[in-house]
Design a protein around this ligand. Structure first.
Ligand code: SF4
Length: 218
């Protein structure tokens, strides 16, 4: 018999929400938790910053559940963390939306540094992107998204919380990898679904059933 896959994927009870031990399914990661891992993870919450982030986040959820928009929640979180300077790393295609959030943050007393993805205007070919992979083929200069520069620029301004506004898949990963400050998302880019990627999942039994057919292109 093949080894049982320990995963939440097939859970119908989510009994971990109330630690309802009798109901954990056999494949449950909580039921099968390694004690050393449990203790090592709890130890990480003894780190002052980790504990503060976790508790402040829980307090925002607890105090304003279903009352505040994500944009407002980010600022409440930042206030309660005691941050003064917020960085915004935006897609140039969402510069207007990023600006609105920047104004909102300034109105609430924060110092804001905002930086768009095309900062430093480096040609895509410099990092090996071929003309055939560009958006506008054969049209000369096309600036690359430069998430490493976005991160280093915000690092040089000592921002305390960096907010992602619509960075591309993968570019966001590089930004996250290089940012000194902790990061949260305001907008997750989905060019097809008006930046609501969950819509495809909500409709995966109807309009977007191709999602479950295993045919994602190369
Ligand atoms: S941890 Fe266990 S109870 Fe919780 S969702 Fe996963 S399988 Fe279900």
């Amino acid at each position: 018999m093949s080894e049982m896959k320990i995963s939440c994927m097939n859970c119908a009870v989510t009994a971990c929400q109330k630690a309802d031990k009798e109901k954990y399914p056999p494949f449950c990661p909580t039921k099968n938790m390694d004690e050393k891992l449990h203790n090592a993870v709890l130890e990480k919450y003894n780190d002052e910053e980790n504990r503060k982030i976790a508790c402040v986040s829980a307090s925002v959820e607890g105090d304003y559940y279903c009352q505040l928009t994500r944009a407002e929640e980010i600022l409440v979180f930042a206030k309660r963390m005691g941050y003064k300077k917020i960085g915004i790393a935006n897609c140039v295609g969402l510069i207007n939306e990023a600006r609105i959030f920047a104004k909102m943050a300034e109105k609430n007393g924060f110092d804001v540094v905002m930086v768009s993805c095309k900062i430093d205007a480096v040609e895509k070919s410099v990092i090996g992107v071929e003309d055939a992979q560009k958006l506008n083929k054969g049209c000369g200069h096309e600036s690359m998204c430069n998430p490493v520069m976005q991160a280093e620029f915000l690092n040089s301004h000592n921002t305390e919380l960096n907010v992602i506004v619509g960075l591309c898949v993968g570019h966001d990963s590089l930004f996250i990898k290089h940012s000194n400050a902790i990061i949260t998302n305001l907008v997750t880019k989905d060019r097809v679904l008006a930046h609501n990627p969950a819509a495809a999942l909500y409709n995966s039994t109807s309009y977007y059933k191709r999602l479950l057919e295993g045919n994602v292109p190369d």
